[in-house]
Design a protein around this ligand. Sequence first.
Ligand SMILES: [Zn+2]
Length: 85
Amino acid sequence: MIEMLKKIFNTNPKKPIVLKSRCSDCRDDVIIKITSTSGGFGIQGGALLGCSSSTYFIKCYDCFNVNPEIQNFNKLNHASVHYVV
Ligand SMILES: [Zn+2]
């Protein structure tokens, strides 16, 4: 995931990436905006949790504050992420 983001930002570093998905815990819609910063990435709107280079989960702030761990791992087959950039 990080590699993928780096690739996208290499092409167009000024343009933020917007991801639309669902919170892995409460299933609410979450829209995350990722921007390229000098130190790495800035993430607004929710939390992006990676568990491997190609697998990641999105949580809303509320669920992330309650439990910042990845849960329901087996229930999630594919996080449906759409680029709305
Ligand atoms: Zn949530």
